[in-house]
Design a binder for this molecule. Structure first.
Ligand SMILES: [Zn+2]
Length: 229
């Protein structure tokens, strides 16, 4: 898939204004947009910088940083960003994938459903909470079931938009499993839609990727049956 689709001209990205991208949750490319020097700084330095900058935000909002309850917040946020909720930005945290021969000769679809994940909207930095369902058909190689879960968690732990998350998981699975026969379905709730903006508490967003043999009406129906039961 091409990632050279981003162009910024006249303050507009791919023809969209920053405002339209943010509130309508449009996304621009498969790769998470990163600076070339993203990993020049050590994690310890990053945490120190974020802590300083976050205390600045709190200070500007008028919060009293000498209060016992607030004092440790900048450090806590910095640690949480780097070590937990955005740890998937660092390629060093990518799960190691061991492939096995498909000795059982199982050649039907495998479905791993209801993989719970927590991510964060890259336009508002508030949570996206959802479930991912993954299916693949072995090309002769299989991976451990927990690895499917780990791939989802790795890409979820980034500032994200749901379409990109779906495609990044699908792309990784295709590469690792050496097959196009991969499906990814994500059903998620965006807190930037429920807790602010239009404040719709009931809507969820569904995104899908159907590759290879899964891009076929009867396969999609079969998959939907597994997910509904
Ligand atoms: Zn958002």
């Amino acid at each position: 898939m091409s990632t050279e689709t981003t162009s910024k001209a006249n303050g507009q990205l791919n023809g969209f204004t920053d405002e339209a991208i943010g509130d309508d949750h449009l996304f621009t490319s498969l790769d998470t947009p990163m600076k070339a020097n993203a990993f020049d700084m050590s994690n310890e330095e990053k945490k120190k910088r974020i802590s300083i900058l976050f205390s600045e935000i709190m200070d500007v909002m008028g919060l009293d940083l000498t209060d016992d309850s607030l004092q440790g917040t900048p450090d806590r946020v910095a640690k949480m960003y780097i070590e937990e909720i955005f740890s998937g930005l660092d390629p060093k945290n990518k799960p190691k994938m061991a492939l096995f021969e498909n000795k059982y000769q199982y050649n039907q679809m495998l479905v791993e459903k209801n993989i719970t994940f927590y991510s964060n909207c890259e336009h508002h930095f508030v949570p996206i909470i959802g479930k991912a369902h993954i299916a693949y058909k072995s090309s002769g190689k299989v991976i451990g079931l927990s690895k499917l879960n780990r791939i989802v968690q790795y890409y979820a732990k980034r500032p994200q938009v749901q379409e990109r998350l779906t495609n990044q998981i699908a792309n990784e699975l295709k590469t690792v499993l050496e097959t196009e026969d991969v499906a990814v379905i994500i059903d998620a709730k965006h807190l930037c839609v429920s807790s602010r903006g239009v404040q719709d508490d009931t809507s969820t967003t569904v995104t899908t990727y159907y590759g290879g043999e899964f891009n076929n009406a009867s396969k999609i129906l079969e998959l939907q049956n597994y997910l509904n039961n």
